[in-house]
Every structure is written in structure tokens, then in C-alpha cells.
Write a protein that binds this ligand. Structure first.
Ligand code: HEM
Length: 509
């Protein structure tokens, strides 16, 4: 009997120890944000959170106000909802709030790449050089050439009449075309020492294969990030990793022509800083993912919104036609390929506003920083809260700004001119009569702000420009509603639709 009592006591002590380690006994201390651990030890609110970030945070906000700490899968996350207080997080010194440690944990899980401050710096420096200023002019032209190939030349090789209607899912079409063009622009094309027709065919087949593999990974990505894959899914992920590590390996990529300086420079700098070839191959897949996982879905949301809002479509088309006319080009001309330059893209304020509105509606990143030391956080309302070392602090601008009806009236609606500047001044947004600085944050902010944002915007605009200037587009069922968003993708950049929507298109010339 005493033996079994001893076993029971040992088990109970063990269990209590585990719960202690899992943080289940944590109590809110003076001046800390409200604490909500949920009912399930260790897991806390993990299930609710990963199923629908937005709904979960709304519920918590109603219960606790604009700042609260929650337990999610063994970690404590403090959420700050008030957009007026975002500056305190975004501008805080890196020695107190660190983006890299949290990102590195995630990047290791989803890409098996060992990220650190040095690799982050390499991305930062190289992106400033090649995705801004003169570098951006070169990259925009490469994307234009690649879109020409993907949209017109490959189509030209088919036996079908280019002027006949073709049908596709709009999401599939946009993602496929933008992904394949972006891939060619960044990672290069088949070498030109082969026969031209042969290398073109190889690029066409190869990019389609890459897109298929990329989409398999893309669909598993949210559950992979939350470490929730089943064993067969794990098997699938490992296969996809191996496919990309091999295909994008340093050895293979350098066999291509026209590889972008953004990609080659980063690979070279990693090599110079002593990173192994195996890790550099993995880094290539990370770059592909960061660069190509969002622009295709964003292009879809832009086109679907324009197609469902005739006035917006009319205004954007009119603007594009004027820019084309001013450039002295004729898209119908067979003599010279139609070329949209970065300069032409700078003359489209209405399209710019429509893109910004699309990103407000469809981009929902979760911005996370690790708290490196106990610290005070002063909010806009004057209250100061204590934050604990080891916790994470998060912003979810989709709830705080993008969908706030006080900042953006009728926030669910697509208003193509919402961001259109008046009298040449940047549009301003207000809440309770006070100007809001962080009224939309599709690119994140501060140290982790997307380094590809200018190129991404140009990719989306180029695609829309070409589609609207050169194609007739129609939804198959004009009455069909814009598909609902897939809520499990909250937190991962540009959202995706629950289902596709069929459309037809034909070349106008
Ligand atoms: C609509 C398209 C895009 C959106 C909405 C987007 C959004 C974002 C966001 C929100 C982050 C920061 C994530 C965080 O704080 O954890 C990020 C990071 C990043 N983005 Fe983008 N992005 C887009 C396209 C691109 C493109 C085209 C490129 C490159 C060509 C790119 C390269 C990167 C890289 C390399 C990072 C990681 C930065 C780092 O770790 O230092 N992105 N992006």
C-alpha cells in the first residue's frame, strides 16, 4: 500500500513539476497586462488562436481591453491592440525587443535554415541595393520581360487562337503567372547557349513544375508553422524540401542565365561569412518563399475586386490607357513588344490606391518580438505596463488598423480611391479625431519591415497593367460573390480565398 502511495505522490509531483515548467502556475504581477491562460494546461488558447487569429483577438479585446497576455502552446504572448501605441514597439531598441530570435525559431522549423543576425543583415543590405533605387529599375524590367514571356510568348507557342476565350480559376491564373514570372526574374532562365526554342520550352515546363511543388508546400505552410502536421504530411514536407534544396542548390542556380543580383549577392555573402553550402541551398528556398508567396495572391485580390467593382475597373483602365498613350506605344503592334517601364508605373495614382486598398483588405501579418529584458511599456493613454523577459509581444494590424471602422469607414468594402491622395498630399487617416500613423501595415514595420515591398508593388502593378491593357476579362458567373478568406492563414501575410472563382480571358490584339 505504502508503495502505491509513494508512486501516486511521485506522479503527482512530476505532473505538478511539468505544469510548473509549462508556466501553468504563472500569476499576474502588479502592473502587468491582464493574464488569460485559458482552461487547458500548456496549450492554453492554441486551438482557438490558430483557427482564427482575428476572432480570437476580438474576443480577448472585448474581455480585457487593448493589451493582454495569453498562453498559447507553452508560450506567453502579449497582444497590443491600440494602433496609437504601436510606435512604442516598432521603435523600441533591438536590445530590448528582438525580431530575429523569434523569426529564427520559425525559419528553422519551416525551412531548416539556421538564421541569425548576420543572415538578417545580409538580406537587409542586399535588398537595399537591389530592390530599391537603380536596382529596382533593373528588377522591374526583368519582371516585365518575364511577364511578357509567361503571358504572351508561351501562349504564342500554343496552337489555339490567342484571341479565343480561355477559362481558368482566377486565383490559380494570377498565382501561377505571377509566381512563374517572378521566379524567372529572380532565379534566372535556361542558358541561351541552347537552342532558343528549346530553352523557352524548358523554362515553360520547369516553372510549371516548380509552381505545382510550391503550392503543395504553401497549402501545408500554416499547419507546418504551428507544428501540427500529421506523419504523412511530414513525409510530404520533407520531399518538398529536398526537391527545392536540390533544384535551387547553389550548383544548379549558377547554371542559369540572368540570375538576379539580389539572389546571387546574398548567396555569395553567405558563403563569404562561412555559411555551409547545405545551408545556402536552404536559404535559397527561404528567399523563394518570401519573394513569391504573397504577390500572386495579392494580384488575385486586386483583379477580383476590380472585376466586381465596374466603376473602379473603368477608372483604372482609363488611367492605364492614358499612360500607354503617353508612352507612344501601341500594345496591338506586333513589331515591338509592349514594354511597361518603372517610369510608367509612377504615373498611376488610381492603380496605386487600388493596390493599397487591396493590401489593406487582404494582408494580415502577425508581427512578433521577443522581450529580451523586463521592461516598461508606456501606452498612448498614459498607462504603463510591465512586460516580462522571455514573453513575446505581438501586433496584428489587420484588427487594430485595417479593419477598424473608425479609421477606415466601412472597412469590409473595397473602395478603390480610399488611398488616393488629394492635391498631391498623402492621404491621412484619423481615429477619434486624432491622426493615425499606423493606419495600414501590410509590409510589417521597423526592423522586420518587408525589404521587397517596392519590387512587390511593381510586380503586382505590372501584372495588373498588362492584364487590363491587353486582355478582356469576365467572371463566368457575374453574380458570384468574391470568395471568403481562409481564416487559418491569418498571421501569414497575404490571405488566400477559401475557393477559386472561374473567369475567362482573351487577348485583345
Ligand atoms: C504582396 C507582397 C508581399 C507582402 C505583403 C510582404 C510582406 C512581408 C512582411 C509583413 C514581412 C515581415 C514579416 C515579419 O515581420 O515577421 C516580410 C518579410 C520579408 N519579405 Fe516580404 N512581402 C511581400 C513580397 C515580397 C517580395 C516580392 C520580396 C522579395 C523579392 C520579399 C522579401 C521579403 C524578405 C526577404 C523578408 C524577410 C526579411 C527579414 O527576415 O529580414 N517580400 N514581407
Amino acid at each position: 500500500m505504502t508503495f502505491w502511495v509513494a508512486v501516486a505522490v511521485a506522479l503527482a509531483v512530476g505532473l505538478l513539476g511539468l505544469l510548473y515548467l509549462a508556466g501553468s502556475f504563472r500569476q499576474r504581477r502588479a502592473n502587468e497586462p491582464p493574464l488569460d491562460k485559458g482552461l487547458i494546461p500548456w496549450l492554453g488558447h492554441a486551438v482557438y488562436f490558430r483557427n482564427d487569429n482575428m476572432e480570437f483577438l476580438k474576443t480577448m479585446q472585448k474581455k480585457h481591453g487593448d493589451i493582454f497576455t495569453t498562453l498559447i502552446a507553452g508560450n506567453y504572448f502579449t497582444f497590443l491592440i491600440d494602433p496609437f501605441s504601436f510606435g512604442a514597439i516598432v521603435k523600441e531598441a533591438r536590445s530590448k525587443l528582438d525580431f530575429i530570435s523569434f523569426a529564427a525559431e520559425l525559419v528553422l522549423r519551416v525551412f531548416r535554415f539556421e538564421a541569425n543576425h548576420e543572415s538578417h543583415k545580409i538580406i537587409e543590405v542586399s535588398s537595399a541595393k537591389h530592390l530599391k533605387g537603380e536596382g529596382l529599375v533593373v528588377m522591374t524590367q526583368s519582371m516585365m520581360d518575364a511577364l511578357q514571356t509567361v503571358l504572351f510568348q508561351w501562349q504564342g507557342t500554343s496552337t489555339e487562337d490567342p484571341k479565343s476565350w480561355k477559362e481558368d480559376g482566377l486565383f490559380h491564373f494570377c498565382y501561377n503567372k505571377v509566381f512563374r514570372a517572378g521566379y524567372l526574374a529572380l532565379f534566372g532562365i535556361e542558358p541561351s547557349d541552347k537552342q532558343k526554342e528549346k530553352s523557352k520550352k524548358e523554362d515553360e515546363q520547369h516553372t510549371e513544375d516548380v509552381f505545382v511543388e510550391f503550392r503543395k508546400y504553401d497549402k501545408l505552410f500554416p499547419r507546418l508553422s504551428y507544428a501540427l502536421l500529421t506523419p504523412p504530411e511530414w513525409g510530404q514536407v520533407k520531399k518538398i524540401w529536398n526537391y527545392f534544396w536540390q533544384m535551387l542548390s547553389v550548383k544548379n542556380v549558377y547554371k542559369k542565365d540572368n540570375i538576379s543580383r539580389w539572389v546571387s549577392d546574398q548567396s555569395q555573402q553567405l558563403a563569404e561569412s562561412g555559411v555551409s553550402e547545405e545551408m545556402r541551398d536552404r536559404f535559397m528556398f527561404l528567399l523563394l518563399w518570401a519573394a513569391q508567396g504573397n504577390t500572386g495572391p495579392a494580384s488575385f485580390w486586386l483583379l477580383v475586386n476590380l472585376m466586381k467593382h465596374p466603376k473602379a475597373m473603368e477608372e483604372v483602365k482609363k488611367e492605364i490607357e492614358e499612360v500607354v498613350k503617353k508612352s507612344g506605344q501601341d500594345p496591338a503592334s506586333r513589331q515591338k513588344p509592349f514594354n511597361v517601364t518603372k517610369e510608367m508605373l509612377s504615373q498611376t495614382p488610381i492603380l496605386d490606391s487600388a493596390v493599397e486598398e487591396t493590401l489593406r483588405l487582404a494582408t494580415a501579418p502577425l508581427l512578433v518580438r521577443l522581450i529580451l529584458e523586463d521592461m516598461d511599456l508606456k501606452l498612448h493613454n498614459g498607462k504603463t505596463y510591465k512586460l516580462r523577459k522571455g514573453d513575446k509581444i505581438c501586433l496584428f494590424p489587420y484588427l487594430s488598423s485595417h479593419m477598424d471602422p473608425e479609421i477606415h469607414q466601412d472597412p469590409q468594402a473595397f473602395k478603390y480611391d480610399r488611398f488616393l491622395s488629394q492635391n498631391g498630399n498623402k492621404k491621412e487617416f484619423f481615429k477619434n479625431g486624432e491622426k493615425v500613423k499606423y493606419y495600414a501595415m501590410p509590409w510589417g514595420a521597423g526592423t522586420s519591415m518587408c525589404p521587397g515591398r517596392y519590387f512587390a508593388t511593381n510586380e503586382i502593378k505590372l501584372f495588373a497593367f498588362l492584364m487590363l491593357a491587353c486582355y478582356d476579362l469576365e467572371l463566368i458567373n457575374q453574380q458570384e460573390k468574391i470568395p471568403a478568406i481562409n481564416k487559418t492563414r491569418y498571421g501569414f501575410g497575404v490571405l488566400q480565398p477559401m475557393n477559386d472563382i472561374q473567369f475567362r480571358y482573351r487577348c485583345r490584339f
